[in-house]
Design a protein around this ligand. Structure first.
Ligand SMILES: CC(C)(COP(=O)(O)OP(=O)(O)OC[C@H]1O[C@@H](n2cnc3c(N)ncnc32)[C@H](O)[C@@H]1OP(=O)(O)O)[C@@H](O)C(=O)NCCC(=O)NCCS
Length: 232
């Protein structure tokens, strides 16, 4: 059973990572496929993400899942809050009885350098000392650059943190560089950092947790469910 990782954060919030090694039927025996997904691997990722929901809380009501216009899946009665992510052969999910949650999983690749200047604010580029490396040359030399010494792990962690915040927010249409601002932190194998989500001039402080493995990054955040109402 390739449960790669599970963390029971507290009595009401749990997260897990599944390493997908099973054929599709393994998941279909448990998970109802609610929409058609043509690409076989994307279908497998989707099924593994849904599978984790019930693995974490065995009374998770699959058939009540609805999809918002932003594509965020949710339960109308909020019996559980949940968030799902997948990348390569991994699926991750976080499920909570009482917290609004967002999760993201990433395999670091050099592609992150192409979007660095889009998702990080100029101050963040400076803060994380990415502005002084060759990475910032991308602004002028997009698509034609040398990254021999650049390790994508740290910028991918920053990207993943903002993706988790995006999932937590759930309403789409957020400017990653302006609406999400990260405080300086020195990345360890696992830890937490402070972030600020800024919308309609209201600032919501968040704590984003992360856990890194050799070639895999997991990030997640959780808050009281009603903090979002203040910015709607
Ligand atoms: C929606 C988005 C988060 C999905 O990302 P992805 O690359 O497909 O990655 P993941 O595998 O991590 O996430 C997919 C899951 O997110 C969930 N999801 C989709 N839209 C969501 C939303 N608006 N809010 C919360 N969760 C969402 C779904 O559960 C989906 O999985 P499922 O369809 O199997 O249930 C991403 O595509 C996106 O739009 N990011 C923002 C892009 C952006 O604005 N960038 C600007 C800065 S450069």
């Amino acid at each position: 059973m390739p449960l790669f990782y599970q963390q029971d954060i507290n009595e009401s919030t749990r997260l897990g990572i599944w390493k997908i090694e099973e054929p599709e039927q393994f998941f279909l025996d448990i998970v109802p496929l609610q929409r058609s997904i043509t690409h076989p691997h994307k279908r497998l990722q989707h099924l593994a993400g849904r599978f984790l929901l019930k693995h974490l809380f065995d009374d998770f009501p699959y058939r009540e899942i609805q999809i918002a216009s932003t594509r965020k899946p949710f339960l109308p009665d909020e019996q559980y809050h949940f968030s799902i992510s997948h990348c390569g052969d991994y699926a991750a999910a976080i499920v909570s009885k009482n917290e609004r949650v967002g999760i993201d999983i990433e395999i670091p690749t050099e592609k992150v350098f192409r979007i660095l200047h889009k998702f990080l604010h100029k101050e963040e580029l400076m803060q994380f000392q990415l502005a002084s490396s060759q990475v910032v040359l991308l602004d002028e030399q997009l698509g034609d650059f040398e990254l021999e010494d650049a390790d994508p792990a740290f910028p991918t962690l920053l990207w993943s943190i903002k993706e988790s915040i995006f999932k937590w927010w759930g309403w789409g249409e957020v400017d990653f560089s302006d609406a999400m601002r990260l405080s300086y932190f020195e990345a360890q194998e696992q830890g937490a950092l402070s972030a600020m989500f800024i919308k309609n001039e209201i600032e919501i402080p968040l704590t984003v947790q992360y856990h890194r493995w050799e070639n895999l990054i997991l990030t997640w955040t959780a808050t009281a469910p009603d903090v979002i109402k203040r910015v709607d």
